[in-house]
Ligand binder design. Structure first.
Ligand code: NDP
Length: 316
């Protein structure tokens, strides 16, 4: 079986940045980009304009940005495999990684498989309907798009993310509605108060989204009041899911320790996981910041941690 010093699993900003650093350190990394598990490039492949990634003052689209990351990783000799990792045996070193068509033994691994924003299966919100045509799961990525300017916008959820996204959207929309299925927010008290006091935010309590309609973009939503059991239709230009994220850790098969929120545990201030020689970067270990630039930063940290660990333990 083939062997590599370092395998990187995942191809968002964290994975590609780890690859740039590792490849420049002559670790000749293998990078599994994924295939069925999600597009190579991760969550940014499903966003439009990225205006907050430093170095691109005029903005850049998510897919363009990720192609640049990928090109840079390749330039220094990263070997890319466009396939999913099915399993990893973390019980002995080198670690045995089984991809869908290749296998490799790796002395160290960086896990950068990201997280997936949860979406609801509601008519009108799916791919091919109004997904990315007014329906998104990231207000901070997409909220500034022209279709949302001075329009009524709806955020689904009652946690800190929903409140934060609603507050962010007040810069763009005419009015922001938070649709929450209960009569109390889950968000922290301070965030909840901010939302309730904000003149441009209204909370639609005990409400669930039933349907999204439009022409080429979103125009209308159907909302059910779950207490009165009535349905109303409202003018809408944007629907933003903020109902949490799920880290992409299924293939790990419960072999690594998780934190209290179910994300991969890393030793604070480092990228070391609970398993010697295994490092984690990006959204798979970050339930708080979840930005491309923070993911890239932690990808760099993971490559440096892995390089030092290999120098000590791997004889490189
Ligand atoms: P949370 O899990 O805290 O909240 C998810 C919200 O979505 C809940 O209100 C939940 O409703 C609602 N929800 C879940 N599933 C459904 C569904 N099927 N239909 C309708 N509503 C649904 O996730 P967040 O992303 O908000 O936060 C994750 C973590 O990140 C939290 O610990 C949070 O504190 C932290 N965070 C902190 C921030 C900050 O401090 N600035 C900013 C953002 C996040 P219900 O309440 O009924 O369960």
């Amino acid at each position: 079986m083939q062997r590599t010093k370092l395998a990187i699993i995942g191809s968002g900003p964290a994975g590609y940045t780890a690859a740039v650093y590792a490849a420049r350190a002559n670790l000749e990394p293998w990078l599994y980009e994924g295939f069925y598990a999600g597009p190579a490039g991760g969550q940014l492949m499903t966003t439009t304009e990225v205006e907050n990634y430093p170095g691109f003052p005029k903005g850049i689209t998510g897919p363009e940005l990720m192609l640049l990351f990928r090109e840079q990783a390749q330039r220094f000799g990263t070997k890319l495999f466009t396939e999913d990792v099915a399993s990893v045996d973390f019980s002995k070193r080198p670690f045995d990684i089984k991809g869908s068509s290749t296998s490799v033994l790796a002395d160290a691994i960086i896990i950068a498989t990201g997280a997936t924003a949860k979406r609801l299966e509601i008519p009108g919100t799916r791919d091919g309907e109004f997904w990315q045509k007014g329906v998104t799961a990231c207000a901070i990525c997409d909220g500034a798009a022209p279709i949302f300017r001075n329009q009524p916008l709806y955020v689904i959820g009652g946690g800190d993310t929903a409140v934060e996204e609603a507050i962010f959207l007040t810069r763009f929309g005419s009015k922001i509605y938070i649709i929450h299925r209960r009569d109390t927010l889950r968000a922290s008290k301070i965030m909840a108060e901010r939302a309730m006091k904000h003149p441009k935010i209204e909370i639609l309590w005990n409400s669930v989204l039933e349907k999204v309609e439009g022409d080429t973009i979103v125009r209308k939503i159907h909302l059910r009041d779950v207490v009165k059991n009535t349905v109303s239709q409202r003018e809408a230009a944007g629907v933003f899911f903020a109902i949490g994220h799920t880290p992409n850790i299924g293939f790990l098969n419960h072999q690594l320790q998780l934190d209290q929120k179910g994300y991969l545990f890393v030793r604070p201030g480092t990228t070391y996981t609970s398993c010697e020689g295994v490092f984690a970067a990006g959204d798979v270990q970050d339930s708080i910041y979840r930005q491309a630039v923070t993911a890239a930063g932690s990808g760099c940290m993971a490559a440096l941690d892995a390089e030092r660990w290999l120098a000590e333990h791997g004889g490189y």
